[in-house]
Design a protein around this ligand. Structure first.
Ligand code: HEM
Length: 514
């Protein structure tokens, strides 16, 4: 039935009637049978978890560990859908999780998430904090603690006006990135910057630090400070170890201590790094106050430290914000340039859009990028194809919930298969192709929950506006200065899961000075 829907949709779209009422009527009729699992609750008895299909514990463990499944977790979503339909259960080590791979069902879950949504247990992250006596940051806090930090931070990160104020700060970081790209291309006989993601990790860290501390770390200087490299390396290793430590029952940590020990060492360094920068920044402020100077901070750490939040929470929040701002930006910027280099026509149209808005100016501001619809469409399309968080999650504590005709007991971990939905031909024709134009028409024809790279609702990404601004400013300026081409000797780069979705191999790009 699902394929009938896809064929009907595509046939109508090919005939140029994508926005027609006919398509909507067909979709409604077909969804009444294929996507209507939810509606079964009205007429049928709810099914239990025992009746849900899914691989046996052994076969899933074999998929994960025997067939490199940990790095292919995003592909296992597509395979799971093919084998079991839109909902299936699987045991990820000691954790039983229900996979949900249709936007209608994801919407049902998110509409029942309650006042204080819980993403997932993130057991190993929380275990580490308990072990060391650290506080929780926004990523790991729950309940009232989460709510109060969210309200505080949201004032400075979610309001458009507050975020626009960061455009000068971020543009200064983009200026350094351009200089670094120029140096790197000059060092290569064919103007190629190898492994662009490494440079973009540094850009991500420099960007989020400038927003958090209003001071620079020097990540884009010719000689990168050792501690920032070590911080980035700690994030990478910690993400690899997250999946491993969560897939292993706790008693195994003693039998095979390396993953857990490495995981803790990475976090130790990240907390230490963040604390060092916060203490340094606050000391400078205190000295200014002592000299009777006015302090006028516009950076997040300053806002946090002026609240009644205990310092322990300031440290953990800043650590988690630093962490959240690195891989997310690096991955999305790498894939954006990778796809633009392979689609020179789209790159040219985007450059024309930037020029039309900027005129003679070279540096856009927040108000300028807001007038660049193709730029926004490119980032949306990149995040559809390569959602940084390929599988989001929710746990609903306290009560059972109904999803797709099943009754899910309270505390069930529900995996929201965003990678599968955003590559679903029922919602995105030609789903594996880079087609930013699909976001430019008013009636985009897909379910609103089909591509949710930043999540949705109360627990959605708090850094979304900052991330988008940073990406828009960087892409617009890179294209103003360079033609970006693929490395003629490079091949196709595929994504892989490392908790987050990252490029599986190096992305090498040719930067031609304009
Ligand atoms: C392309 C860039 C980014 C993407 C795709 C992204 C995506 C996400 C997603 C999917 C979530 C989970 C939402 C949910 O559970 O519904 C999330 C949460 C979060 N993100 Fe981002 N993110 C990005 C950049 C950033 C940046 C730059 C920051 C820091 C300024 C950040 C900070 C956070 C935090 C703190 C949370 C937890 C929010 C909460 O639990 O209340 N993110 N992000």
């Amino acid at each position: 039935m699902r394929y009938l829907r896809v064929m009907l949709q595509q046939a109508l779209k090919v005939s140029g009637r994508s926005a027609s009422p006919l398509l909507k009527w067909v979709e409604r009729c077909v969804e009444g049978t294929a996507g209507g699992a939810a509606r079964q609750t009205d007429t049928h008895q709810l099914r239990t978890l025992d009746e849900m299909p899914g691989p046996s514990v052994l076969s899933f463990a074999w998929d994960l560990f025997g067939k490199r499944g940990l790095s292919r977790l995003h592909e296992l979503q597509l395979e799971g859908y093919q084998r079991y339909g839109p909902m299936w259960k699987a045991s990820f080590g000691p954790i039983l999780t229900v996979h949900v791979a249709e936007p209608q069902l994801i919407e049902q879950v998110l509409r029942q998430e309650g006042q204080h949504p819980m993403r997932s247990d993130l057991s190993s992250w929380k275990d580490y904090r308990k072990l060391r006596g650290h506080g929780y940051g926004l990523l790991t806090a729950e309940g009232d603690e989460w709510q109060s930090v969210r309200s505080l931070l949201g004032k400075h990160t979610l309001r458009p006006k507050a975020v626009e104020a960061y455009d000068d700060t971020l543009n200064a970081v983009v200026t350094d990135l351009l200089r670094k790209l120029r140096t790197r291309r000059q060092q290569h006989p064919r103007g190629i910057v190898t492994d662009v993601s490494t440079e973009f990790y540094r850009f991500g860290l420099e960007g989020i630090s400038s927003v958090l501390f209003e001071s620079r770390l020097g990540c884009l200087e010719p000689v990168v400070p050792v501690e920032t490299e070590r911080f980035i390396q700690s994030i990478n290793t910690m993400f690899v170890m997250t999946l491993l430590t969560m897939a292993m029952p706790r008693w195994m940590h003693q039998l095979f201590p390396t993953p857990w020990d490495t995981f803790c060492q990475c976090w130790d360094y990240m907390f230490q790094f963040a604390k060092g920068h916060i203490d340094q920044r606050l000391k400078t402020e205190a000295e200014k106050v002592a000299r009777g100077e006015e302090i006028e901070g516009r950076y997040l750490t300053y806002f946090l430290s002026r609240t009644s939040m205990p310092m322990k929470s300031v440290y953990s929040n800043v650590t988690e914000l630093l962490l959240a701002g690195v891989d997310t930006i690096s991955g999305t910027l790498s894939w954006s340039l990778y796809e633009l280099s392979r689609h020179p026509d789209i790159q040219e149209s985007l450059r024309a859009e930037v020029k039309a808005v900027l005129g003679d100016r070279l540096i856009p501001g927040a108000a300028d990028v807001a007038r660049m619809p193709l730029l926004k469409a490119v980032v949306k399309e990149v995040l559809r194809l390569y959602p940084v968080i390929p599988a989001n999650a929710r746990v609903v504590p306290g009560r059972d919930i109904k999803v797709g005709g099943y009754l899910l007991p309270k505390n069930t971990l529900i995996t929201l298969c965003q990678f599968a939905t955003s590559r679903d031909p029922a919602h995105f024709p030609n789903p594996h192709s880079f087609v930013p134009q699909r976001w430019l028409t008013r009636d985009e024809g897909h379910h609103p929950y089909a591509s949710l790279p930043f999540g949705v609702g109360k627990r959605s990404c708090i850094g979304r506006r900052i991330a988008e601004l940073e990406l828009y400013l960087a892409i617009a300026r890179i294209l103003t200065h360079f033609d970006v081409k693929p490395d003629p000797e490079g091949g196709v780069v595929r994504p892989m899961t490392r908790t987050l979705l990252v490029p599986e191999s190096e992305i090498n790009l040719m930067f031609v000075e304009r």
